[in-house]
Design a protein around this ligand. Structure first.
Ligand code: ZN
Length: 146
């Protein structure tokens, strides 16, 4: 290993350097990459926790999973396994993808429910909001139970 290091010419910005200097540069670059990675990881977690909180849930655990569901073809996004408690007190595990610019996407498993308010649902026929206590759409009479 030592002799291999000795016979190879290392260069940093085109200048030949000793293996020790090259190693320092390499470690420095690695440290920079790692600190960026950790920073992004922190931002991701904060973003996911925010998202779950908006839905009335509380995050219990977020685990980075580089090979989670949907990793193919999405290089910029990072994938996390998220376990959280919903508004109703249920523990749910879901997989989500996130990146600095694309927001939070939930793949497969149920996502925190923030699209609709808890009090009303939307009519699939005319898009009017239907109170949960009523079975039929007040506007067009459409019903989930036919
Ligand atoms: Zn309707």
């Amino acid at each position: 290993m030592i002799s291999l290091l000795a016979v190879t010419t290392y260069k940093v910005f085109g200048k030949p350097v000793s293996p020790a200097v090259f190693l320092l540069w390499f470690l420095g670059a690695l440290a920079v990459w790692l600190s960026f990675r950790l920073l992004k990881d922190r931002l991701d977690r904060a973003r996911i926790a925010d998202y779950v909180k908006q839905g009335g849930g509380v995050v219990a655990r977020i685990v980075w999973n580089p090979l989670g569901r949907g990793w193919l073809g999405e290089r910029g996004d990072r994938i996390y396994e998220v376990t959280y408690r919903t508004r109703d007190g249920k523990m749910v595990s879901a997989t989500c993808k996130t990146s600095m610019f694309s927001g939070v996407y939930w793949t497969g498993a149920p996502a925190p429910n923030i699209e609709q308010s808890p009090e009303s649902i939307r009519c699939l026929s005319c898009d009017a909001s239907i109170p949960e206590s009523i079975e039929r759409c007040p506007k067009c009479g459409w019903s989930y139970e036919r």
